[in-house]
Ligand binder design. Structure first.
Ligand SMILES: *Cc1c(COP(=O)(O)O)cnc(C)c1O
Length: 426
């Protein structure tokens, strides 16, 4: 990632086609010439060759350059043509030179950290909040990295000679706090800035255009978009992508080709899904902000389909009370999901750090899907009424915690339909 080598780095493709066009065509430009319409799925784990000398040369070339091999991959851990279509398409959407896909968002972050540590740069500067497991991976130092937590204004001061990465999420999981990418990129100097762009997606924000060097996605979320595929991807310049491919080959966090196919298919509807769900989320955020049962609403200026809100009532009863909305962790699916970050997505972060990052016990995070907004509002309202009207004597019995999973088990007797929401000040 040094500047002297940047002349070797292919320039990001000129954005000659609009995002909506790239979403359905990038990574598929050769299909018509192959006589195909849908992308082919290559499930091979190995690739026959009668020329072992030629294979040796190709393996040497990969070990030296990290470039995708010409011709068939030697072995599926090295490269896969179906996954490569998804990588090409995502790189085009982010305006990046390259992209490298992994088995999950966490596998992608792991590869980035290992790639930087392998050049002796083990120190990371990061801004909270991050997704709970990203926070944990950095904080626990599982990969031999060391983290300094700071706020955006403290980044320049936190950078050391061995700093290999600055990491932010914007809008952040789960508070939707936003960071000025351009200002932060300036503070990073020559240290690459990684932006986790999972929440905004390239439809709403392309961090590389604002000075970030690395974009990370949990592809499990909006890129896949249907809650049925797990993956991660890093968009960056080809020079860093080459290192990431070598790390992926050595550590094995590859995306399955079937997942590569599903992610490519997911990208084709990404712009329409994100825009439609964002419009519904903005409307729900407006209604929540005017609702006396809600203490505070978080909705980012960037927009998007995530809404977080703090309730006056019992957040566990609201989770137990939804009927149309699915009470589940994760996000970015076609259906609406709600979860309690302090119990689930950010449970692994120590309580003090969690609270300091703004993840309080009354915060709920909702991923708005593609349902009709009036149906969503009706479900939210009835769940909020159940959560607000807490009959004092029954509030303990109404929601029991399962000793095995810690999950909330609603008791039918605990629901109090028809009771008026407790009227509270704001
Ligand atoms: C879910 C998530 C991750 C982790 O991705 P997985 O695909 O679950 O490994 C990373 N960052 C953000 C912002 C996420 O929401």
């Amino acid at each position: 990632m040094d500047t002297e080598a940047s002349s070797l780095t292919p320039q990001p493709p000129f954005r000659s086609r609009a995002l909506a066009t790239e979403a359905v065509h990038a990574g598929r430009d050769d299909l018509a010439s192959l006589g195909l319409h849908a992308a082919p799925i290559d499930l091979s784990t190995t690739y026959p060759s009668y020329d072992s000398r030629g294979e040796a040369a190709r393996i040497d070339a990969f070990a030296t350059t990290g470039a995708r091999p010409d011709g068939p991959p030697v072995y599926a851990r090295l490269d896969n043509p179906t996954t490569a279509r998804f990588e090409t398409a995502l790189a085009r959407l982010e305006g990046a030179g390259s992209a490298v896909a992994f088995a999950s968002g966490m596998a992608a972050l792991t590869a980035v950290l290992l790639a930087r540590a392998s050049s002796g740069l083990r120190h990371v500067v990061a801004v909270r909040p991050l997704y709970g497991c990203s926070d944990h991976l950095l904080g626990a130092g599982l990969l031999g990295t060391e983290v300094t937590w700071t706020d955006p204004a403290g980044i320049a001061e936190a950078i050391r000679p061995d700093t290999g990465l600055v990491m932010v999420e914007t809008p952040a999981n789960p508070t939707l706090a936003e960071i000025d990418i351009r200002a932060v990129a300036h503070s990073c100097g020559s240290v690459p800035l990684l932006v986790d762009n999972t929440f905004a997606t390239p439809v709403l924000q392309r961090p590389l255009e604002h000075g970030a060097r690395i974009v990370l996605h949990s592809a499990t979320k909006y890129l896949g978009g249907h809650g049925d595929v797990m993956g991660g991807v890093v968009a960056c310049d080809e020079e860093f992508a080459a290192v990431l491919r070598q790390v992926r080959f050595a550590t094995g966090g590859v995306l399955h080709p079937m997942a590569g196919y599903l992610l490519l298919r997911g990208l084709s509807t990404l712009p329409v899904r994100v825009r439609a769900a964002s419009a519904a989320a903005a409307e729900l955020a407006r209604r929540l902000a005017a609702d006396p049962r809600i203490a505070r609403v978080h909705y980012p200026e960037t927009g998007g389909a995530m809404v977080s809100f703090e309730v006056f009532g019992d957040p566990h009863r609201i989770i137990a009370g939804v009927r149309l909305i699915t009470p589940a962790v994760s996000l970015g699916s076609v259906d609406t999901l709600i979860q309690h970050p302090a119990s689930i997505s950010h449970r692994i972060v120590g309580e003090g750090d969690r609270r300091a990052a703004g993840v309080g016990d009354r915060l709920l995070r909702m991923s708005v899907g593609l349902e009709d907004v009036e149906d969503l509002w009706a479900d939210l309202c009835q769940a909020l009424s159940a959560g607000s009207a807490v009959p004092p004597a029954r509030s303990e019995a109404a929601v029991r915690t399962s000793p095995l999973t810690g999950s909330q088990v609603p008791s039918p007797a605990g629901r109090a339909p028809g009771q008026e929401p407790r009227s509270t000040g704001r």
